[in-house]
Design a protein around this ligand. Structure first.
Ligand SMILES: [Zn+2]
Length: 410
């Protein structure tokens, strides 16, 4: 996979390219025509935002590594406690997307790209669950995928590229209002370990801010492009309050046309193989798919019905029974155990005992949330990985450890 990173990065950059400007002064996004043309969106469940395309903040160009010298980034850096971040080297990558010198990566880096090392990253769901995830969106192909998910009553975790959120904000808004779990996949889709601490923070926080502007919620889950993560990046994610999500099943759909030569039949065979092996499952799965091309969306639509007959298809937070994938504690997304449904509370019920003050989410006032014993939520300023473990309980930690065994060799 790694040798093809530059190809994918180029294509992602093309997909992200803004229609008009490459300057860092995005204030009004182009209409998301593909989404506008879709009339089949389900009635919104979460009405968190009245966003109309007028971004209040200025954002970097969509295809460039986020700058580190803007007032916003300086503010974010000043707010974060970065003591204790592992002092590991930035990993230079070749133009082909490979680490230039894998042997120079220290063993204690727990570098996933080099050694497939897992360190408390989420890689699987509980047995019986299929963590449904789509990376690299939103794109012009997203409405078709979201229509399908609406029709089949499925929710997914959508790991968004920040630059794409600016361009396809209507799809992003639709997705969060439909109850999908929005999460961060960096601003410009570069390998995480190739970025400095400051660059990585900027990449995450600009994407987080764009989603917040559009949807009114602040994300807490992250997936690194290419799965590229080490203990330095994990420490930075921890400091920012993020839970890192890898996967155990990879469709390699990103290599379908125009990204590569992987055929539809090959992807179909992969799904068929996993379904055939399901009776022997010891865990559930977190599955890597993309909303990147027409081909990848078509593959999802073709194969998900059989998957849905075999597993319960849910977002990652749902399978971990985390009702708060956003920092806003009055927003809940449905959990697999049924203890929570998707909705907005007025703050008097269904909130957690977290000492972190919930942020305002603005306008929502409808509530369909359950009123059950809350699950301890992760704090906002530390211990995302530790608190993920707390939240997951004994099952979760076992699952995470098992995940290391199941991590795919790419
Ligand atoms: Zn990606």
């Amino acid at each position: 996979m790694i040798a093809k990173l530059s190809v994918l990065a180029t294509i992602v950059a093309m997909a992200m390219a803004a229609p008009t400007s490459t300057t860092a002064t995005t204030t009004t996004a182009a209409p998301d025509a593909a989404t506008s043309a879709s009339n089949s969106a389900a009635t919104p469940i979460l009405q968190l935002s009245s966003f109309n395309g007028q971004f209040k903040n200025q954002y970097p160009p969509p295809d460039a590594i986020a700058p580190t010298d803007t007032p916003l980034v300086k503010q974010w850096l000043a707010e974060l406690n970065l003591t204790g971040i592992p002092n590991l080297p930035v990993v230079p990558f070749t133009d082909n997307g490979d680490p230039k010198d894998p042997s120079a990566v220290p063993a204690d880096a727990c570098d996933w790209t080099v050694t497939n090392c897992i360190n408390k990253d989420l890689t699987v769901c509980p047995k019986g669950a299929w963590g449904l995830t789509y990376d690299d969106g939103p794109t012009q192909y997203s409405p078709q995928l979201y229509d399908f998910l609406d029709t089949t009553q499925q929710k997914a975790t959508l790991f968004y590229i920040g630059g794409n959120v600016i361009q396809y904000w209507q799809s992003a808004l639709r997705a969060c209002e439909a109850g999908h779990q929005l999460a961060v996949h960096t601003w410009s889709h570069h390998p995480s370990t190739s970025l400095t601490n400051e660059q990585f923070i900027a990449e995450v926080k600009y994407t987080e801010l764009a989603i917040k502007e559009v949807c009114g919620v602040t994300t807490r889950y992250f997936r690194p492009p290419y799965g590229d993560v080490d203990n330095r990046i994990r420490g930075l994610l921890d400091a920012m309050g993020y839970i890192n999500v890898i996967w155990d099943y990879d469709t390699d759909d990103w290599q379908m046309s125009p990204g590569g030569s992987r055929t539809e039949a090959q992807v179909d065979d992969e799904f068929a193989k996993w379904i055939a092996a399901a009776p022997n499952d010891t865990t559930g799965h977190i599955v890597l798919e993309h909303e990147l091309y027409q081909t990848t969306v078509d593959a999802a639509i073709k194969n998900l019905p059989a998957v849905q007959k075999t597993w319960k298809t849910v977002p990652v937070a749902a399978c971990m029974n985390d009702p708060h994938p956003y920092r806003e504690q009055n927003v809940t997304l449905a959990t697999m155990d049924g203890n929570y449904t998707t909705g907005i509370t007025n703050g008097s019920k269904n909130t957690t005992s977290s000492t972190t003050s919930p942020s305002s989410t603005g306008k929502g006032n409808s509530s369909t949330s359950g009123n059950r014993t809350p699950i301890t939520a992760a704090g906002m300023s530390g211990g995302a990985m530790a608190t993920a473990g707390q939240r997951l309980g004994s099952f979760g930690l076992t699952t995470v450890l098992l995940g290391a065994v199941f991590a795919m060799v790419l």
